[in-house]
Design a protein around this ligand. Structure first.
Ligand code: SD4
Length: 322
């Protein structure tokens, strides 16, 4: 392969620090897998925009649960964890699934048991901030849950019902309007190391006020991220409930394999979703084996992302792009 060490990751602010941390791994000769894990872990520790790691996106019951994925594009080995409870370093647990098991994905409480057996501490993922967010939502907006068309029992679910009647609420959900307001951000990363190995991964706390047990696109291979050494990699962020139906990251890599440019690939992946869901909000990033990269978004004003790579003079730099 041509030498094209690069790491690319979604969103701005603390997300940039995550790409920088992953870039440092590549700069010191580390592997793309380590770079991806480090970038995701950095966001988990910084609680990037409160959308990665603990203390964000409380579910309907107020609990934060985490999803993550890491894929080795050389061996096609992977590790994913869905709806992880009470463990902060979800990408670390995904890496253990990749490295220490023959499985690809673990979920829920039983994933927590596995994490404990691997030495991860069990601790609450709620913070005073996430508790307040949940309480405010419950008091002000919680009337039939946004995420379901099953009418809740007013005795057991959050109420009282306010302004909007159930049918209006339902038709609003059907048009998918406002879903974007309930979702934002997730770290998705793709890295290529000096040996040409492509890896990709994601880490997120999912969607606000989700139904407990909900899993988004982020831990699903081909949806949240995908990587194939010799071809390239991709990652996605946005309305995961919709996006995962289209496997956008898989599609991008397959389009690259078929000879499309990375620009064409990201565009097609987003268009495929928008054809059926014109109001969806989301974005994808893609990188070819040669280190060419592109991003495409839909339903948002702009989509910042970060790229770290070697300049012509051999220095590493991180650039924010839009
Ligand atoms: C999810 N895709 O769980 C994640 C959230 C996200 O931008 O990326 N928001 O649906």
């Amino acid at each position: 392969f041509t030498r094209s060490e690069i790491i690319i990751g979604t969103w701005s602010g603390d997300f940039k620090k995550a790409v920088q941390a992953g870039g440092d791994i590549l700069a010191s000769g580390g592997s793309s897998l380590d770079a991806v894990e480090t970038a995701c872990r950095t966001c988990e520790e910084l609680q990037c925009e409160r959308t990665v790691g603990y203390g964000g996106s409380p579910d309907e019951h107020g609990e934060t649960t985490l999803d993550a994925l890491i894929i080795d594009g050389t061996t096609m080995n992977m590790g994913a964890v869905a709806a992880l409870r009470r463990v902060k370093n979800v990408i670390g647990v995904a890496r253990k699934v990749l490295e220490n098991t023959k499985h690809s994905m673990l979920a829920g409480d039983l994933a927590t048991q596995f994490a404990r057996s691997m030495g991860f501490p069990e601790e609450p993922l709620s913070t005073s901030e996430s508790k307040l967010k949940w309480k405010t939502w419950r008091e002000n907006y919680c009337q039939p849950n946004f995420w379901t068309n099953v009418k809740p029992d007013p005795k057991t679910s959050c109420g009282p019902y306010k302004s909007m009647n159930f049918l209006d609420r339902l038709s609003m959900m059907e048009t998918n309007e406002n879903i974007g307001k309930y979702n934002h951000d997730t770290i998705g990363v793709v890295a290529i190391d000096g040996r040409g190995n492509v890896a990709a991964g994601t880490s997120t706390n999912g969607a606000n006020h989700k139904i407990p047990g909900r899993v988004g696109d982020s831990p699903i291979p081909g949806a949240g991220a995908y990587a194939v050494t010799g071809v390239g990699g991709a990652a996605a962020t946005g309305d995961g409930d919709i996006m995962l139906r289209f496997l956008p990251s898989f599609l991008i890599v397959e389009l690259l394999r078929a000879g499309h440019t990375v620009q064409e690939a990201v565009q097609t992946a987003v268009e495929r979703i928008a054809q059926l869901y014109p109001n969806f909000s989301g974005a994808v990033i893609g990188v070819s084996q040669e280190g060419e990269y592109a991003a495409m978004c839909h339903g948002m004003k702009e989509f910042p992302y970060n790229v770290a790579k070697r300049t012509k003079s051999g220095e590493w730099e991180v650039m924010e792009q839009r």
